[in-house]
Design a protein around this ligand. Structure first.
Ligand code: ADP
Length: 485
């Protein structure tokens, strides 16, 4: 009987680790294999990954899961891929060898170049075409850096460029398929949101004429097959990590929102068929494309969320594990006036203040570690409120949020979030929305499931409703934030 059972595999290639997750045919989580990946910091502001290592570890996690569960390729309905977005590399199409280390989304080496484009007055054109801000975060300026390093190598016929999804697909299909998906393409700064294709003007602006770029596919599509595991397995789903989470949270209706609280926080609103342009420094992007229908999205990202909890654990040593933050915050003095501005790496949306340092305000001799832990949970909720205000000012009122990521395990945080935002917060039964989203897309792409069936599979595990007002504390945080220079 076991032999007859069918499964889906989801590759979730993140910034700090690579994992493969096994789902049964009804999208119930079965198991996962995970490995950390090395981070390289060759100079201040530089962040790199070794793409060969990423591929090797991805391959091994797939193999390990298949072996552990004694699965034949014929039992795998399909593979879905989701990945860290914006990270870019080039490789040789003959040997498969990367021509360089992958330049990671966090890498700031192209700050000056981006500033020079700003001075040339190009930001509004880039924003209009891409929906993104002009920032080193996105892939295009990183490609310019690669071109400047070696023009000959850059323009060589055998050099291919792509984001991590594209490289993994190329490796899985042994060089047969050179393609990316529309959500990953939309984060490169070379993709035009209106024409839904690579944009020659953008390619010129970033001085990338002659570059080879992959075919852009839908999120549920025929991405080819892999033959590396003793038989053919289809690959039929692909999306960048935050869009995969949007999909995994079944945010299929206009107005639905998911917010992922991992290392950072990424909040994405489904804006339907409409391209909603932000006047408040949010990003306009693709949510997903199925058949010929494109669903757009508005995104806000906060750099520090779970990493604040890690800081409390590793640097302050206030807690020994992340879950302990919940237990201790419950013992805090609720009248404490402590507030934390966790801008360890500057502030992201909607403030975009890269130079700001973190601060703790309102300390007294009464202040305890518990108060600081509570203030940390509140700080992440306050930053989400800042995002929500920006969405509101852009004309997108948010009525409820589905949360996921590591911090979604903290029920006190869920309650604080609901109180601070005065809206309902849903926590799904499977908080691994990212890998689930890729599995859903693979399911659709292989005709295993229909979109209409997926909304019924999604289940809430918990609902947090607003119980008390946080206005005084939020206003105090805001005035302290605004006073920081
Ligand atoms: P990523 O995918 O960015 O690596 P995860 O979604 O795995 O992140 O979440 C890990 C983050 O969540 C860590 O920063 C950790 O501090 C935080 N975290 C995990 N569990 C809890 C918890 N119970 N309470 C607060 N924070 C938590």
């Amino acid at each position: 009987m076991q032999l007859m059972k069918k499964f889906l595999l989801s590759i979730d290639q993140g910034t700090t680790s690579t994992r493969t997750v096994l789902y049964d045919a009804k999208f119930k989580y079965v198991d996962q294999a995970q490995t950390e990946i090395n981070q390289f910091y060759p100079k201040p502001g530089y962040v790199e990954h070794d793409a060969e290592e990423i591929w090797d570890k991805t391959y091994k996690t797939l193999k390990k899961l298949l072996k552990k569960h004694d699965l034949k390729p014929s039992q795998i309905i399909s593979i879905g891929i989701t990945n860290q977005r914006e990270t870019i590399l080039g490789w040789n199409s003959k040997t498969g060898k990367p021509i360089c280390k992958a330049i990671v989304w966090q890498d700031r080496r192209t700050s000056e170049f981006c500033d020079s484009l700003k001075k040339m007055g190009l930001e509004s054109e880039i924003k209009e075409k891409t929906g993104l801000l002009l920032d080193p975060y996105f892939s295009a300026s990183k490609l310019t850096w690669l071109k400047n390093r070696s023009k000959t190598q850059f323009l060589r016929k055998t050099t291919l460029f792509g984001t991590i999804d594209c490289y993994l697909l190329w490796k899985l299909t042994q060089g047969k398929v050179y393609a990316t998906d529309i959500t990953n393409a939309a984060r490169t700064s070379l993709f035009n949101l209106s024409t839904l294709d690579w944009d020659q003007d953008l390619i010129k602006i970033f001085d990338l004429q002659g570059i080879k770029l992959p075919e852009i596919k839908k999120n549920a599509d025929n991405f080819g097959t892999t033959n590396l595991f003793g038989g053919e397995i289809k690959i039929s789903g692909m999306a960048g990590d935050q869009q995969a989470a949007l999909f995994g949270q079944a945010c299929f209706e206009t107005g639905q929102v998911k917010s992922t609280y991992g290392t950072g926080c990424f909040l994405i609103l489904n804006t339907g068929k409409e391209i909603l342009r932000s006047d408040n420094k949010l990003l306009t992007t693709i949510g997903y494309k199925l058949n010929n229908d494109v669903t757009y999205a508005l995104e806000g990202s906060i750099f520090v969320a779970g990493s604040l909890i890690q800081w409390l654990r590793d640097k302050m040593q206030f807690i020994t594990s992340a879950p302990e933050s919940e237990k201790l915050a419950k013992l805090a003095n609720n009248d404490s006036e402590v507030s934390i501005i966790p801008s360890f790496t500057g502030l992201g949306a909607p403030h975009w203040r890269p130079e700001l340092k973190a601060a703790i305000h309102g300390l007294s001799l009464e202040t305890s570690r518990e108060d600081i832990i509570l203030a940390s949970l509140e700080a992440i909720a306050f930053q989400t409120r800042d995002l929500l205000e920006a969405f509101k000012n852009d004309g997108a009122g948010i009525k409820s949020i589905k949360i996921d990521g590591g911090m979604a395990n903290n029920d006190l945080f869920g309650q604080i979030l609901s109180d601070v935002l005065s809206i309902e917060i849903f926590k799904p039964s499977n908080i691994e929305s990212t890998s689930l989203g890729a599995a859903y897309l693979a399911g659709i792409g292989s005709d295993h499931v229909k979109l209409s069936e997926l909304a019924d599979i999604w289940k809430a595990d918990k609902l947090f409703k607003s119980k008390k007002s946080y206005e005084v504390k939020y206003k105090r945080y805001l005035s302290r934030l605004n006073s920081l220079v």
